[in-house]
Ligand binder design. Sequence first.
Ligand code: PMP
Ligand code: GLN
Length: 378
Amino acid sequence: VSSRLPAVGTTIFSVMSALAQQHGAINLSQGFPDFDAPAELLAQLNAAAQAGHNQYAPMTGVPVLREAIAAKVQALYGAIYCPDTEVTVTAGATQALFTAIAALVHPGDEVIVFTPVYDSYGPSIELQGGTVVHAPLSLPGYKPDWALVQRLITPRTRMIILNTPHNPTGTVWSLDDMARLEALVRGTGIVLLSDEVYEHMVFDQGVHHSVMGFPGLAERAVVVSSFGKTYHITGWKVGYCLAPRELMAEFRKVHQFNVFTVHTPSQHALAAFMQQPGWYEQLKALYQGKRDIFRQALAGSRFGLLPCEGTYFQCVTYRALSELPDRDFVEQLTTQHGVAAIPVSAFYPEGDDHGVIRFCFAKSARTLEQALERLIRL
Ligand code: PMP
Ligand code: GLN
C-alpha cells in the first residue's frame, strides 16, 4: 500500500498498555485514571439516556453544554465566547486538534511545535501536507527558548501549537512565556492551536495561563480541552474547542464531515455535572496529593526526579539504574519488574533518547503504593 504516513507505527500509548496487560504489570504508561468517574456524573448519563437524549445532537454540540463551556471560560479566564458561534463540542481533544489542523493548515505551510511533542500533532500536520518545525525544549526545565522560536518563524509559518501544562514534561508556561509568545505573533498571520487539556492540573502556587486570558493570543487561537482529563472519563471521548467566529466557522466546515456530531447523552450529563461548585479545586488537590506521594517515594530511589509543575505525569531519569535506551528500559521495567512507563523518546521525531521515562500518577492510592514498592527496590 502507498502509505500517507510511512514513518508512523502504532502509538506508544497502545503499545505500552498492551505490554502491561500481557505481563500483568501495573500500568503507569498511558495517561488515564484507574479510578472511576464520580457516581453523580454516571447517574446524569443514565438520566440523560432515559430522558430520551439518544438521537443526533446539533452539529456544534448541545446548547446547554456549549453555554456551560462559555460560562466556565468566562469565570476562569475572563474570556467571552459566544456559545452559538465560537464553541464546538468535539469527540475528545484528539479530534479537535486533528480537525483544527485539517481546517487551517494548507500544503506547504509550516507548523511550529515544542518538542518533546504530543504524538498526534506531527502526523496530523503531515496528512495536510504541512511541514512540522520542531522547537526543542531542553532538559532539565524543558522551558521554551523564545529566541530560537523567533528564528524558526518564516513567511511560511502558518501555525504554532502550544501545550501548557505540557505532556510529557509537566512544564507549565509562565506569564512571561505568554507575553513572549504574544510579542512574537503580533502583526503576523500566524494562528495558534492551544492544547490546554491539563488546564486544571497545576501544582503548588502555580497558575494555568490560558491563551484565552491574553487578547493578542485569543484573537488568533483555537483552544482545545478535554472532559476526559477533568472528570476521569477518558473513555467517553468528549472535549471541546473555542475560537473567534471566523476561525470557528472554518473549524466547523471540517468538523461536520469528520464526526458531524458527538455522543448526545454524555453532553447532557456533562452540562448538568459542570454546575457542581468546587470541582476544579478538588481535582487539583487530588492530583497534587498523588504527585507528592509519588515524588516523595521516588526521592528515596535511584531514579532522578525531573520537575513536575502540572499534568498527571512525572518524568524521571534512570541512568543510575541502567544504560539501556529508554524503549528497552521501559520494556524491561514492564516485563521484569511489573511497572509500565512511557519512553520519552516517543515524543521526538527522530526518537532522540535522553534517558527519560514518563510515569502517570493518575492512579488509586493502592495502585501507586504497589508500583512505588516495586520502583524503589530497583
Ligand atoms: N492532548 C494532550 C496533550 C493529551 O495528553 C491528550 C490525551 N492524553 C490529548 C490531547 C487527547 O485528549 P482526548 O483523550 O480528549 O482525545
Ligand atoms: N494522551 C494520553 C497519554 O499521554 C493517552 C491518550 C492516547 O492513548 N491517545 O498517555
